[in-house]
Design a protein around this ligand. Structure first.
Ligand SMILES: Nc1nc2c(ncn2[C@@H]2O[C@H](COP(=O)(O)OP(=O)(O)O)[C@@H](O)[C@H]2O)c(=O)[nH]1
Ligand SMILES: [Mg+2]
Length: 228
């Protein structure tokens, strides 16, 4: 099955410069960047490297995921954000998980062998919020008997046909959460692999905690009351 690496960027020039050589772009059948309009040279950097950059008409990771499903030609997709948090060495492990027959493979920051950016923090608020939302997803939607430890991380792989079937609509950083819930509802096979989350390199996180938390809560409520 053919493989497509989808690189998601928004003003990540510092990290991209450091990480680019660790991404084996020639290994995959298809590689492109989706970007909502970086102004720091990220787009120019990839173009110089001969990597196609597809511009989003509207900002947000939600838009980027739906766009990838529409434009990718390959069967298997890995979404990778080159910001320092996500370890490029895990890209192949994610593809491998799909090749083993799974529909979705999530790089988990909370399973045995994982590390989360906030693990050393005294007040890991994002981690706690993530774990509460993750607990609720398992409680309400997971009938597989295997606890999913990270329902939110965007570093993940999915079969393109499944991504299309899920008809995702969530905004911004809630898209992966909606993907996990809908995949559980549909009985998709989900695997997790442990990942060591690195520190962000340069730039700033675009995920503002409160608005992102509210978007995720909205998705949870909508999915609870939605029929299918
Ligand atoms: N294509 C695209 N990428 C985005 C957008 N927002 C954030 N990203 C990228 O997604 C990755 C993860 O975002 P980040 O802000 O680090 O979120 P965090 O890791 O949850 O704090 C980074 O590579 C970002 O540049 C967007 O609207 N469109
Ligand atoms: Mg990040």
């Amino acid at each position: 099955m053919s493989k497509c690496l989808v690189i998601l960027t928004w003003n990540e020039i510092e990290a991209v410069r450091k990480l680019f050589d660790r991404i084996s772009v020639n290994k995959y059948d298809e590689v492109f960047v989706i970007d909502p309009g970086s102004s720091d040279g990220t787009i120019e950097f990839f173009k110089e490297k001969g990597i196609e950059v597809k511009l989003q008409s509207k900002k947000g990771r939600g838009v980027a995921f739906v766009m990838a499903a529409d434009v990718a030609k390959s069967d298997l997709l890995v979404f990778f954000g080159p910001d320092g948090n996500e370890n490029p060495d895990d890209i192949d492990k994610l593809f491998q998980g799909l090749e083993e027959g799974n529909d979705i493979v999530i790089a988990s920051r909370f399973m045995k062998g994982s590390k989360n950016e906030e693990d050393e923090s005294l007040l890991p608020l994002r981690k706690w919020a993530n774990q509460i939302f993750t607990f609720l997803v398992n409680l309400f939607f997971n009938r597989t008997g295997k606890y999913i430890t990270d329902t939110i991380n965007g570093f993940r792989a999915i079969r393109k046909d499944k991504l299309k079937e899920l008809n995702l609509t969530a905004e911004g950083f809630a898209i992966e959460f909606q993907m996990t819930i809908r995949a559980l509802k549909k009985g998709c096979k989900i695997k997790e692999i442990p990942t060591i989350e690195g520190e962000r390199i340069g730039g700033k996180s675009k995920a503002k905690s409160i608005p992102t938390g509210l978007k995720i809560l909205k998705v949870l409520i909508n999915e609870l009351f939605k029929k299918s």
